[in-house]
Design a protein around this ligand. Structure first.
Ligand code: CAA
Length: 295
């Protein structure tokens, strides 16, 4: 396994391309928009600089990583040479089904098709291909260069051999893989999203304000970020779509998204990516609580 294609140059895609290239794989990052690829390269460069400054890698490591990294807007030609493809496109089922049907046409027969989906069924994605035994979930956490976990999700038809290959590969990336079954939310989001939703309900019901809720969870539970800050970091649209998958998948009202979350997504207050969510990032170094939540 040498040639890796990563699809989608967003927050997750650029982090995934970064860690594969840093581990010596030849990576092609693919996106439909050249400007997204240019932005991803700038972010990867900045994150590598951060690692050099901290002394966790050398300037030579950085140069070697960038040498392993290519970008392309042509999915077909990139996929035709791949040993592994990791899809990290927008969290939209129709888009993922279309991409996987195309990958099945373009990729060599031996190629493993992985998805970084945070909650969409791997079994459903695999059914869009004629090689469901070679389709698997590889769910990285954000920020990818920092977070150690990879949730490895076995679809209904994923083979033992492909699962073993991806578990082993995740270790080669310096990550700790955890194998899980394909049920709504897998493990990470089945537990994380109800906590975030409950924090939003706690705000909505007036128990406490944004900073109070986050401080309780940071200082009381030693979480690196409070749940509302974390929701902004993940993206409120992503949180809402994962809660909807849990709600629909289990048919259990305990997963119903808080109406405040629904309203904020409708109003396009999506967190870091739009500059405002539970916090307002007009000055990124000093985010303030959005004024309409002040008590
Ligand atoms: N690339 C490379 N290195 C990075 C980085 C990046 N994008 N972001 C941070 N770092 C490094 C820093 O250089 C620093 O390195 P050292 O430990 O060597 O000093 C370290 O990470 C810590 O960073 P900072 O000092 O800047 O800031 P911090 O201590 O506040 O940590 C954080 C930042 C790592 C993001 C931390 O706040 C954290 O762990 N937050 C929680 C993240 C989390 O829960 N992620 C999972 C989200 S859920 C998900 O991704 C899945 C899903 O499906 C929704």
């Amino acid at each position: 396994m040498n040639q890796v294609v990563v699809i989608g140059a967003g927050q997750m895609g650029n982090g995934i391309a970064h860690v594969f290239a840093q581990s010596g794989y030849i990576v092609t990052l693919v996106d439909v928009r050249q400007e997204s690829l240019d932005r991803a390269l700038t972010i990867i460069d900045k994150n590598l600089d951060r690692q050099v400054t901290k002394g966790s890698i050398t300037e030579e490591d950085k140069k070697a990583t960038l040498k392993h990294l290519n970008v392309s807007t042509h999915l077909q030609s990139a996929a035709s040479k791949a040993d592994l493809i990791v899809e990290a496109a927008t969290e939209n089922i129709d888009l993922k089904l279309k991409i996987f049907a195309e990958l099945d046409q373009f990729a060599p027969a031996h190629c493993i098709l992985a998805s970084n989906t945070s909650s969409i069924s791997i079994t459903r994605i695999a059914a869009a291909t004629a090689r469901p035994h070679q389709v698997i979930g590889m769910h990285f956490m954000n920020p990818v260069p920092v977070m150690k976990l990879v949730e490895v999700i076995r679809g209904y038809s994923t083979s033992d051999e492909v699962t073993a290959t991806i578990l082993d590969l995740s270790k080669k990336l310096g990550k700790v893989p955890v194998e899980v079954n394909d049920l709504p939310g897998f493990v990470a989001n089945k537990i994380l999203m109800p906590m975030i939703n409950e924090a939003i309900y706690t705000l909505y019901e007036g128990t406490a304000g944004v900073e109070e809720i986050d401080t309780v969870m940071k200082l009381g539970m030693a979480h690196p970020m409070g749940p509302l800050r974390l929701a902004d970091f993940i993206g409120l649209d992503t949180c809402l779509s994962i809660l909807r998958v849990l709600h629909e998948g289990f048919g259990n009202p305990k997963y119903a998204p808080c109406p405040l979350l629904v309203n904020m997504v409708t109003a396009k207050k999506l967190g870091d990516k739009t500059g405002e969510g539970f916090y307002n990032y007009a000055d990124p170094k000093n985010p303030v609580v959005a004024p309409f939540f002040k008590r």
